[in-house]
Design a protein around this ligand. Structure first.
Ligand code: MG
Length: 203
């Protein structure tokens, strides 16, 4: 399986990092070794002093597809989850300044904690879904999918023009504003609507 992630999909987040609001989705990938499941602790890596949390809705692809028409995109995912796109912001900044790729900042081991998946049918409106991240019991990020620049369906259609999507692939759909550094000892709790899906520590 592969993990595809969308950057700058919420305008207020793009602005907080002084990035332009994109006209097309910004795509990057994480390897399967980035996955961190079952609310296991995230061990802070020594190579960065500025690991940021990015809370995101994650789609799980349910069947293979390429050149998927946007209007059929809902047929290609049945379940959603909550994930954190951990980002070594210091490394990313250095690479951005030189116009270099982001893998060392985004694709490192355990950089993609993902919750259990829920059937999308459980939610009344995927285009109006509240989600949030609390750290040490304080809300740090709050988002609603209606503020995405590119919808789930558009993302699936766009990515599948270039990369075949396979059953089990995950798509991180972008983070709202409020990203900041995590510290050893922090407790991260993530919610879709009022349902807690993530609850793990930084060690
Ligand atoms: Mg992200």
């Amino acid at each position: 399986m592969k993990i595809i992630a969308i950057g700058r999909n919420y305008a207020e987040h793009a602005k907080e990092l002084n990035n332009p609001v994109p006209g097309l989705p910004v795509i990057f990938m994480k390897p399967d070794t980035a996955l961190l499941k079952d609310n296991k602790p995230f061990y802070h890596p020594a190579f960065s002093e500025d690991i940021h949390h990015e809370i995101e809705i994650v789609l799980k692809i349910s069947k293979e597809g390429k050149h998927i028409n946007e209007k059929f995109a809902p047929d290609y995912f049945d379940e959603i989850a909550l994930g954190v796109d951990f980002t070594a912001r210091d490394i990313q900044q250095r690479h951005k300044e030189k116009g270099l790729p982001w893998e060392l900042a985004k694709a490192f081991d355990n950089s993609a904690p993902v919750s259990a998946f829920l059937p999308k049918s459980r939610f009344a409106d995927l285009h109006n879904l509240n989600f949030r991240l609390d750290i040490n019991q304080q809300t740090r990020q709050q988002g609603n999918t209606q503020n995405m620049l590119f919808s789930f369906e558009y993302i699936i259609a766009f990515v599948s023009q270039y990369i075949t999507l396979k059953k089990g692939d995950l798509i991180f759909t972008g983070t709202p504003q409020g990203v900041s550094k995590v510290n050893v000892g922090d407790r991260l709790q993530g919610y879709i609507e009022d349902q807690q899906l993530l609850d793990f520590y930084v060690k």
